[in-house]
Design a protein around this ligand. Structure first.
Ligand SMILES: [Mg+2]
Length: 212
């Protein structure tokens, strides 16, 4: 909860492939369970059927089984994420923002993972509409950000980043990944290579704010 009388700037941070290595977990799952080797560079789309090949339904089944597996429950934090969150937490109100399914066991798996790796880091964990399962909450991530007055967002999905720009006029820090490449440049999206640059970029944005 916010304790200062001065409202702190609000930052929403995605889980999968921002806080935690979801794709890395999927690569390990495919190797261990399906004896299939996939390189991280092959993930050129967040639509996994384009990465895995074959019919969409088969790819979604792999994805579904992965998210029900211990591989998913125990993904590793991305390098620098713990340190970056600890740094930002000193001066900002941090919201965890995910499109993971809200129903159990997924919600509990998510809360347990956050408690294990990012204890007491977030003032709220928000679950947005999941376009794969089309279940759960009806608000999209962009709508949640608009509703909560989020100032900055840390994301890895370019599609989400573009929706944020359109629906909430919020600045996005986009962590560079094979699946979010684009030749376009967008005013509200700042591409960074890792968590060190996430923190550096947000501190720069903070310093540009007019003194209150
Ligand atoms: Mg993500």
């Amino acid at each position: 909860m916010e304790t200062s009388s001065i409202p702190r700037k609000k930052i929403a941070i995605d889980i999968d492939d921002v806080l935690g290595d979801c794709v890395g977990g999927l690569i390990k799952y495919c190797q261990d369970i399906h004896n299939r080797t996939l390189a991280r560079s092959a993930f050129v789309s967040y639509h996994f059927e384009r990465v895995l090949g074959g019919p969409k339904e088969a790819a979604l089944e792999v994805l579904r089984d992965y998210t029900n597996s211990s591989h998913f429950a125990h993904i590793e934090p991305l390098p620098g994420a713990k340190e970056g969150v600890a740094d930002l937490q000193r001066t900002f109100a941090l919201y965890c923002l995910t499109s993971r399914r809200q129903g159990d066991p997924h919600k509990q798996i998510t809360l347990d993972w956050l408690a294990r790796h990012f204890p007491d880091s977030f003032c709220e964990v928000c679950f947005g509409y999941n376009e794969y399962t089309q279940t759960g909450p009806t608000l999209t991530k962009a709508q949640i950000c608009a509703q909560k007055g989020i100032d900055w967002i840390v994301e890895d999905s370019l599609e989400n980043a573009l929706r944020f720009t359109a629906e909430s006029a919020t600045s996005i820090i986009l962590i560079d990944a094979p699946w979010n490449q684009s030749s376009e440049r967008y005013d509200h999206i700042q591409r960074v290579k890792d968590w060190l640059e996430v923190v550096r970029t947000i501190r720069t944005l903070e310093n540009r704010l007019p003194a209150s």
